[in-house]
Design a protein around this ligand. Structure first.
Ligand SMILES: C[S@@+](CC[C@H](N)C(=O)[O-])C[C@H]1O[C@@H](n2cnc3c(N)ncnc32)[C@H](O)[C@@H]1O
Length: 227
């Protein structure tokens, strides 16, 4: 139960929200791959029809992209992952009230969840929009894009899957490009294609994009195709 971002209104995640702490314990195993295999967990089972196309958003914030795009793509299951409790509760409450059966919001660290729980080759797209820039050098290790996370995203993506990245932050963009340039064996970089839910003049139409657009900031975007 939370009231903060709801401006006094109680935020109720209900069935739309899932706490990472509620997931089954990780089995002991010599490697994380063996632990995942023993766990035999699959997040697609959270949806009414687990066989549908499956997409993941890392850092969903207030959930605007999920609400907009999942409304247009009712045949796709979307899993948003958000580690800030207030934002998670706010976004899950919006999804519950909109009665969107094809969206779930997980409260936890997306990179940890993907690494320890998500099986190979299940996601058609991973969306990463306006990721936190962590500008201080000692915090760079907290950025979502790292050499090892790119390899994890590649593992989790289905054949032909895509990682879509948008940022307003020049230095984070330079970091992302530097890491992507070291991963050309696994990803092919192409132009970013706007989702159908993006509004006039928008790349995606997330809350941060709208805020930064009002401030006149330029954006960077790319799509990485799984080789
Ligand atoms: C700058 S906000 C952007 C939110 C949204 N994508 C948008 O464009 O409006 C970045 C969000 O990512 C979340 N986040 C950052 N790293 C994360 C991680 N490893 N796992 C889950 N959420 C993360 C933050 O809590 C924050 O809500």
């Amino acid at each position: 139960m939370s009231f903060g971002l709801g401006h006094g209104r109680e935020l109720v995640p209900g069935d739309a929200g899932i706490e990472m702490s509620s997931l089954p314990r990780l089995p002991d195993a010599p490697s994380v791959a063996e632990s995942r295999a023993l766990l035999a967990f699959d997040p697609r089972a959270w949806f009414a029809d687990p066989a549908r196309r499956f997409e993941i958003e890392i850092g969903s914030g207030k959930g605007t992209f999920l609400l907009q795009q999942a409304g247009l793509e009712s045949e796709t299951n979307f899993l948003g992952i958000e580690w800030a409790g207030e934002f998670w509760a706010y976004a899950a409450d919006r999804i519950r009230r909109a009665e969107m059966r094809n969206v779930k919001l997980l409260h936890g660290d997306a990179t940890e969840f993907l690494r320890t729980r998500v099986p190979d080759g299940i996601a058609a797209v991973i969306h990463l929009y306006f990721s936190d820039p962590w500008p201080k050098k000692r915090h760079h290790k907290r950025r979502v894009v790292q050499d090892h996370t790119l390899r994890e995203f590649h593992r989790v993506l289905a054949p032909g899957g895509e990682l879509r990245i948008v940022t307003d932050h020049d230095e984070l963009w330079a970091w992302d490009v530097e890491h992507v340039d070291r991963a050309t064996d696994i990803f092919e970089r192409r132009d970013f294609a706007r989702p159908a839910s993006a509004g006039e003049g928008e790349l995606v139409g997330t809350n941060f994009e709208r805020k930064f657009r009002r401030e006149g900031r330029p954006f960077h975007a790319m799509t990485l195709f799984k080789r």
